[in-house]
Write a protein that binds this ligand. Structure first.
Ligand SMILES: [Mg+2]
Ligand SMILES: [Zn+2]
Length: 147
């Protein structure tokens, strides 16, 4: 049996909101999301937020505002890509840079980590590139894949 080490949770459409950008001050969690974070931590897993937020690069919100939001929800840490798609960074999903950064910071084996997200061609591709376990939820954009 795999001894799971950490869970990476996408923000928009996965723990709350709609899938679209919502400023942290207006963001609403899905029912049970905070409890789920707490239960994962009680089970001995690290729980991390990992999110693309290119509006930060446009000045529409700050990384600090996201970070303090994730702290409030009980995340152990948050990994945030503030860049636009044209900037060619390594962290913007579907690139796996945020997962590698987290693995280095916390000494994780990514094959023993789970990535939960609502978008196949960002969240799931990043997970695949890092060799992590993929969980595609049907909230947010994930509903497009439901029958
Ligand atoms: Mg999402
Ligand atoms: Zn980035």
């Amino acid at each position: 049996m795999v001894q799971w080490q950490a869970v990476f949770l996408d923000r928009d459409g996965t723990i709350g909101g709609t899938g679209h950008f919502i400023h942290p001050r207006d963001f609403v969690l899905f029912e049970g999301a905070e409890e789920s974070i707490r239960r994962l931590k009680e089970a001995g897993l690290k729980v991390f937020a990992f999110t693309n937020q290119h509006r930060i690069s446009k000045g529409e919100a700050t990384e600090k505002e996201f970070r303090s939001q994730f702290n409030t929800y009980g995340f152990d840490d948050s990994f945030i890509c503030p860049h636009g798609s044209s900037e060619g960074c390594h962290c913007r999903k579907p690139r796996p840079g945020m997962l590698f950064t987290a693995a280095e910071k916390y000494g994780l084996d990514l094959s023993k980590c789970v990535v939960v997200g609502d978008v196949g061609d960002t969240d799931m591709l990043a997970a695949h590139a890092a060799g992590a376990k993929k969980v595609l939820v049907r909230t947010g954009w994930g509903g497009r894949f439901a029958e």
